[in-house]
Write a protein that binds this ligand. Structure first.
Ligand SMILES: [Zn+2]
Length: 54
């Protein structure tokens, strides 16, 4: 198992990498409701390293 979920804020430096989708969603929702920032949540479970694949 072991998923990989990358949470990124588009409006500040907030960023996180989580193995649990529910945790990732929780962090995203918490930051969104806290700051109103636009967030992305990507499932990168199938990628070895973010940004290095083609
Ligand atoms: Zn932010």
């Amino acid at each position: 198992m072991g998923g990989r979920y990358h949470v990124v804020c588009h409006e500040c430096a907030f960023e996180g990498l989580y193995e649990d989708a529910s945790v990732a969603e929780g962090q995203r929702d918490a930051h969104t409701s806290d700051s109103g920032h636009q967030m992305s949540l990507r499932d990168i479970s199938c990628q070895e390293a973010p940004g290095l694949s083609q």
